[in-house]
Write a protein that binds this ligand. Structure first.
Ligand code: ZN
Length: 383
């Protein structure tokens, strides 16, 4: 943290940043942000702009009963609230049944048709055949699914190529899901299958993010060389240490599980914490102890878009230092996702994604909500 810094922006690029030792061009417009903390635009590491909170409409009903047009209209609104909350980039990890509409939304934002964050998109995401939802108790039904299904390694390879050709910046695969005999999570792909997907994605310059909540699913992902593991609820200290050794990052999505528990009736702050929540606390503590790289991504969409700061507050609540959480949401996310040469820092030659908040979130994380200024790509969206 520095005091009295000046950031010089020209068009959409940061031209200089530091103490006031450089000369300002004569026509420079000066924006004073006294008493504020200036930060790189925040990066949401795990969003679903095509979903809205499950306590409004269940996930099944969003996928089955909301038209693509309705879902897109909602996504446009979600993109706007995300940007105004200071999140100038999102990594959107699957449209959940809305096909490639994330690519269209990303294009519309880039063309300036609607306001929104930069989007790193996954398109449909990939699941093992029969593993995902919507699903009801009737095996005679074949319902439209929330992601692209593959039945074998050839189909998996084919789907990776298809999603990349349709615009995927990142490949999202569900390494495990609730397919166990009692509905518990179990791995759905072999390590070799994941390895094949990673090889194709990597050769085309895309990273692989896996959904995994079991230790075995995570272990297979590590063996396959994925880049990020989403959720990681079943992660042990040993698993997290392996991730650290291989340079694989954890995106813990603390806020999603917390929100779902509340939708199921848990009165946070009144009732004792349900097992899923206290287990998540423990596994997050183990992750911190292991030194694994931690991304900031909350699975926002399960809860309201624009409330992205919720994950940052929970990371602090679960034991991470505020300054480390700020790094996760900026430089760490940018580096892990492969965008460190464009975003994530206030540094000469990077894109002018800059926000300011009242107060000092490096000591009081709640201050990250007090957004007074948002610039994305050199354009001011909030002041
Ligand atoms: Zn998700």
């Amino acid at each position: 943290m520095h005091t009295g810094w000046v950031v010089l922006v020209h068009n959409n690029v940061i031209e200089a940043a530091g103490s006031m030792t450089f000369k300002l061009p004569s026509n420079t417009r000066i924006i004073e942000l006294k008493g504020c903390t200036v930060l790189p635009g925040l990066i949401e590491g795990h969003s679903h702009l095509f979903l809205h909170p499950y306590n409004e409409v269940s996930w099944n009903d969003q996928v089955l009963r909301e038209s693509r047009a309705e879902r897109t209209a909602r996504a446009v609104v979600h993109a706007d609230s995300t940007l105004l909350a200071g999140f100038t980039t999102v990594r959107d990890l699957g449209t959940e049944g809305a096909m490639y509409d994330d690519v269209g939304l990303k294009t519309a934002i880039e063309k300036g048709v609607v306001p929104g964050p930069r989007m790193i998109v996954a398109t449909r995401a990939i699941v093992a055949k029969g593993a995902y939802g919507p699903k009801y108790d009737n095996p005679d039904l074949d319902l439209p699914q929330g992601a692209a299904e593959v039945g074998n390694v050839n189909e998996l390879e084919d789907e990776v190529r298809t999603q990349i050709s349709k615009g995927a910046d990142v490949v999202k695969i569900y390494a495990d899901y609730r397919v166990g005999r009692n509905g518990q999570a179990a791995p759905t792909f072999t390590a070799d299958e994941l390895k094949a997907a990673v090889a194709i994605a990597k050769s085309m310059g895309r990273i692989v993010a896996i959904h995994s909540s079991t230790a075995e699913g995570m272990r297979r992902g590590i063996e396959a060389g994925v880049t990020t593991i989403e959720h990681g609820d079943g992660g042990t200290e040993e698993i997290f240490r392996m991730m650290k050794e291989r340079g694989i990052a954890l995106c813990p999505t603390l806020a999603a599980g917390d929100a779902v528990s509340q939708y199921k009736g848990w009165r946070k702050g009144i009732d004792p914490e349900p097992n899923s929540v206290s287990n998540k606390r423990k596994s997050f503590a183990a992750a911190l102890k292991s030194g694994v790289t931690i991304c900031m991504g909350g699975d926002v969409g399960v809860y309201s878009h624009g409330d992205n700061a919720r994950e940052m507050e929970m990371m602090v609540d679960y034991g991470m230092k505020p300054i480390e959480v700020l790094k996760s949401a900026t430089s760490v996310n940018a580096d892990v996702f492969g965008y460190g040469d464009q975003i994530g820092r206030i540094k000469k030659a990077l894109l002018a994604d800059i926000i300011a908040v009242n107060g000092d979130p490096s000591t009081t994380i709640k201050d990250i909500r007090k957004v007074v200024f948002v610039m994305k790509d050199g354009k001011i969206y909030r002041q």
